[in-house]
Design a protein. Structure first.
Length: 647
């Protein structure tokens, strides 16, 4: 309403009872799509002008997830309307403000024709995550910030269930294996933390938004759901929501409801996972028809530790599945057939070691991925010679699954990262492992191929063209780059990564031009990330200049620096540059991104700078102190790995 004096009055309807952190106002030159009707709730995408053609995918996901979530929770959509808003520069991924959910552009606007499966999945997952919060977080919220982890863990868990229901062919839980591996990686450090801890200061609360809250939290919730059974778990959540609608809760209230629904000691079980850091490795010793199970804490530093968990285990033999809770004492399990896995479905947030090698033909894709990942983690922990990893994964080289190859490549890339001096050996090993499947998949997807196989082709081509330095793959990528012809989105992405990893100044100019001319956020991000891949010092310096002159957005700069710190040839230069510009970057970059940027220090060998630790002692990051401590400890794990590889 115009007030006639050059100002307008905007009147809002009353909201439901709401926490103040969920209220947002967005002002700017934005356009809105026409609302679509989702069972009486109008849903719109709000976007920068001219981007309406990239909103259909988000609307489709939102419509599906809202209906699916309302049905799962047994409560209709809260809030009366849902606006999903794309913001041009946003330090967070997205935020679940009631009725006005905000996103980074790249996590909402997308052209399904030119985006690959990973990009589409991340859009679908983030939208579903925020929508899941409308019930779990907005309608019922935590009493105090110590409970925020459960909001986030639960929404992360629900995002996957909603996307699983929408696109079962994406095998979303196999994809979650990579996120869980990242959480297990941090949680194997002495400097990990309990999922829940007392929150006193704003920095305490800000520190909670990390991998352990989202990915470990979601992993533990998933483990509980699979142990209790999906329907029993859902019934418990419904009990909890209906008992506390419009109110505040402690996490204990959810465990109580789940105990009521399941008759299981959920509170006792969850306490060991929530109030102590770390996780166990379950060791199985098979003698005849019995398997003896014991647990100990899994730590990379190998230090003695008497922490124990209530481990809800699903064990599979060739005959069937067995569920048991492993506690303080060893358990002797009578086997009804040969043991297949101690972590069926790979849903347990633990690692396992058995004295018989895994049989890939009896494992599901996600179990095969977990088996490779368990081996790699044990290698980082010093239990296997790192040079034997490529031999171990030979049993998986015919594998057709994306998650398995992601696990294999995580190990190989890390070896290359920490021991750049043995690059030729690593490249030859990678070449031997990848050759067969790269030839078999070729460059062009067949009509009948699923999205995950297309994605697999993309990551394998990148590995063949960068890790294995396959001349034929590099030549073909270059041919496609010069022709600038688009084929499959995952192949297009691979071409950019391969060419820039070997590119010169002319290629950089072209990559920069394509970044500037990009018509979608995904295409823009692809070329932006690639600017950090050029091998030459001139190109590295050019990107550092762009960061300092703010010609790249502050939401992106920390991730470029993180990537540059792992540069194959110029890490030392990048680190010195970071040290020189430290105060400016602390001032200018989003506060929550500094600790994430420093993840890059994991790549800094002792030769780069003997004083990395001293610099970080002198320049603490209060809002991310623990995360930085974890990067520092993880760097030392890499230093030990590098020494073992070159020793
Ligand atoms: Zn969230």
């Amino acid at each position: 309403m115009s007030l006639g004096d050059g100002t307008d009055r905007v009147v809002f309807v009353d909201t439901i009872a709401l926490s103040t952190y969920l209220v947002a106002f967005v002002v700017g030159p934005l356009e809105a799509t026409d609302p679509i009707d989702v069972d009486g709730v109008p849903v719109r995408i709000i976007h920068p002008p001219g981007r309406a053609d990239q909103t259909a995918f988000a609307l489709e996901v939102a419509a599906h997830s809202l209906r699916w979530l309302a049905d799962w929770y047994g409560i209709s959509v809260p809030g009366g309307k849902v606006d999903l808003v794309a913001l041009p520069d946003f330090a967070f991924g997205a935020m679940e403000n009631l009725g006005c959910i905000t996103f980074r552009e790249v996590l909402l606007l997308v052209d399904p024709e030119s985006a690959d499966q990973r990009e589409l999945e991340s859009v679908a997952a983030v939208i579903s995550h925020e929508l899941a919060h409308l019930w779990f977080g907005d309608l019922v919220t935590m009493r105090w910030w110590n409970g925020i982890w459960l909001n986030e863990a639960f929404a992360t868990f629900m995002e996957m269930k909603a996307v699983e229901a929408w696109r079962p062919d994406w095998d979303i839980w196999a994809g979650f294996g990579a996120s869980r591996a990242a959480a297990l990686d941090v949680d194997a450090l002495a400097s990990t933390r309990p999922i829940e801890y007392p929150v006193v200061t704003p920095a305490d609360a800000e520190s909670m938004f990390d991998l352990l809250t989202y990915e470990k939290g979601a992993g533990v919730v998933r483990m509980l759901e699979q142990f209790l059974g999906e329907e029993v778990f859902r019934d418990g959540v419904r009990l909890y929501l209906s008992a506390h609608l419009g109110g505040n809760t402690d996490n204990e209230d959810l465990w109580t409801a789940l105990e009521e629904a399941s008759g299981q000691p959920v509170g006792d079980l969850m306490h060991s996972w929530i109030f102590q850091g770390g996780f166990p490795v379950v060791e199985g010793t098979v003698v005849g028809d019995t398997c003896t199970l014991v647990q100990r804490r899994f730590r990379y530093d190998g230090a003695a530790d008497d922490s124990l968990w209530q481990v809800p285990m699903r064990i599979r033999t060739t005959r069937g599945e067995h569920r048991l809770l492993l506690g303080d004492s060893p358990v002797v399990l009578e086997l009804d057939g040969p043991l297949v896995t101690l972590n069926a479905g790979a849903d347990g947030f633990y690692r396992s070691e058995v004295d018989v090698p895994p049989d890939p033909t009896r494992l599901t894709a996600i179990e095969r991925a977990m088996s490779v990942d368990d081996r790699w983690a044990a290698t980082l922990g010093g239990r296997h010679d790192p040079a034997s990893f490529s031999g171990f994964v030979e049993a998986f080289t015919g594998d057709p699954d994306l998650a398995v190859w992601q696990a294999v490549l995580r190990g190989l890339y890390t070896i290359d990262l920490v021991a750049p001096g043995r690059h030729l050996t690593t490249a030859a090993e990678a070449s031997g492992l990848l050759g067969g499947i790269v030839d078999r998949l070729g460059w062009e997807p067949s009509e009948s191929e699923g999205d995950r196989t297309r994605q697999l082709r993309g990551i394998l081509l990148v590995a063949a063209g960068t890790l294995a330095d396959d001349p034929a793959v590099i030549a073909e990528a270059r041919r496609r780059w010069s022709a600038n012809a688009s084929s499959d989105p995952a192949v297009d992405g691979a071409v950019v990564a391969i060419v820039t990893s070997h590119g010169d100044s002319a290629d950089r100019a072209e990559c920069r031009r394509r970044f500037g001319a990009a018509e979608t956020s995904q295409e823009e991000q692809r070329h932006l990330r690639a600017l950090a891949l050029f091998p030459g010092i001139t190109e590295v310096e050019a990107l550092l200049d762009e960061v300092h002159q703010a010609t790249v957005r502050t939401q992106d700069a920390p991730f470029l620096i993180r990537s540059l710190l792992a540069h194959p040839h110029h890490r030392a230069l990048v680190w010195r540059n970071l040290v020189d510009h430290w105060e400016d970057m602390e001032d200018r970059l989003p506060s929550n991104s500094i600790a994430r940027m420093l993840e890059g220090i994991r790549a800094l060998g002792a030769d780069v700078d003997p004083d990395v630790d001293r610099f970080l002692d002198d320049n603490p990051v209060p809002q991310g102190a623990l995360t930085v401590a974890q990067h520092r400890e993880r760097r030392h794990v890499n230093l030990r790995l590098g020494n073992r590889l070159s020793g």
